[in-house]
Write a protein that binds this ligand. Structure first.
Ligand code: UD1
Length: 341
């Protein structure tokens, strides 16, 4: 069965393509390569033995998207990752984010509607909960006013999908990710931030390998045990597997409602200092870091209640924080080796 993966050469997308192919799905990737490279399909082929089809175009291009769906009206399901995701940039360039993240989604929904494609998995984020009033945060927690245009595109996208499900007779699952980190155990695919990383783990590994001088820990006066902020980090391979299960669920007609939402997290919160300690343990290195002011817009703590997704999807994040930081470190070292070749 044919699955369209938009953004399939990106970080989470590429890991999901691997898991889909491992389960026997035929994958077509659409990506504009704005934040990735076409060589990723060769890496996926090295891991799985199968080269996924890659079509390079921008899903905000209505005509090209419409033509694509006419050529592929036998698609059984779509996993939609393709989107901009840098929180700070979205504050500077809100219209870029609204154009890109919303127009691509609308064009995809049009394509589904016009060609009888019924199943959509959407890449959402725990950012929709803001700083939740209760922890752990379940799917029933209220969606709070978005902190950034990026976060707002996730909220609006979920609303657009919800309305489309009601009106068009399609099925959709929104997966709200907590903090995806780590890399494939082969170290052939992983996270490839362009420029200075915004996220914690790529900054840690780039500091350890010598690309960055020092990691700034954003604040140690939060009301948490060690004063640093707490997040629910989840291994990207665990996350990828949840996408395959969601596709299976739709295709097998096992959904309870036509629009479902699941949290994808481990249920465990780790502070910034705990992540650093884990990295130091698995790498045997001492990380150069300093405490600086808090980063604007950061919340104190969030971790998932994964009970509903565990029960309903029959899925559970399996990898520990040490496996996450170790795989990220192996990936960083592999990148370095390839550069020096
Ligand atoms: C961020 C986004 C979130 C998005 C996710 C994935 C915000 C407020 N949230 O999550 O919406 O879905 O990325 O792209 O930006 N930290 C440091 N030093 C660093 C980098 C991070 O101390 O150099 C700390 C942060 O303050 C935070 C934790 O590490 O406490 C995790 O940060 P990060 O990896 O950027 O993820 P989030 O901010 O949780």
């Amino acid at each position: 069965m044919k699955i369209l993966v938009t953004g399939g050469t990106g970080f989470i997308g590429s890991h999901t393509v691997v898991e889909l192919q491992n389960k026997g799905y035929e994958v077509i990737i659409v990506d504009n390569l704005s934040n990735s490279g076409s060589d990723i399909v060769d890496k996926i082929a090295q891991i799985t033995g199968i080269t996924p089809v890659l079509e390079i175009f921008d899903l905000t291009d209505k005509q090209k998207t419409s033509d694509f769906f006419k050529r592929h009206n036998d698609i059984a399901g779509i996993i939609h990752f393709a989107a901009y995701k840098a929180v700070g940039e979205s504050v500077q360039k809100p219209l870029l984010y609204y154009h890109n993240n919303l127009e691509s989604l609308i064009n995809i929904l049009d394509g589904m509607n016009e060609n009888g494609i019924r199943n959509l998995v959407f890449s959402s984020s725990c950012t929709v909960y803001g700083q939740p009033d209760e922890l752990p945060v379940s799917e029933n927690a209220p969606v709070k006013a978005a902190e950034s245009p990026y976060g707002n595109t996730k909220q609006i996208s979920e609303e657009i999908i919800y309305d489309s499900v009601k009106a068009l007779g399609i099925n959709a699952i929104a997966l709200r990710y907590f903090n995806p980190i780590g890399a494939h155990p082969s170290a052939l695919i992983g996270e490839l931030p362009i420029g200075v990383p915004n996220n914690l783990v790529p900054f840690i590994t780039q500091t350890a390998i010598g690309i960055r001088q020092c990691l700034s820990v954003f604040g140690d006066t939060y009301p948490t045990p060690d004063g640093t902020a707490i997040r629910d980090y989840i291994h990207v391979v665990d996350l990828a597997k949840a996408h395959v299960i969601s596709v299976d669920r739709m295709i097998d007609g096992k959904m309870k409602e036509n629009f479902e939402v699941f949290n994808l997290g481990t249920g465990n919160g780790y502070s910034v200092l705990e992540v650093i300690k884990s990295f130091e343990k698995v790498s045997g290195l001492k990380l150069n870091y300093k405490i600086v002011d808090r980063r604007e817009g950061d919340i104190t703590q969030v971790w998932a209640d994964p009970e509903y997704s565990n029960r309903e999807l029959g899925w559970k994040a399996e990898k520990s924080i040490d496996e996450m930081t170790l795989s990220a470190w192996k990936w960083e070292k592999a990148l370095q080796q390839n550069k020096s070749k």
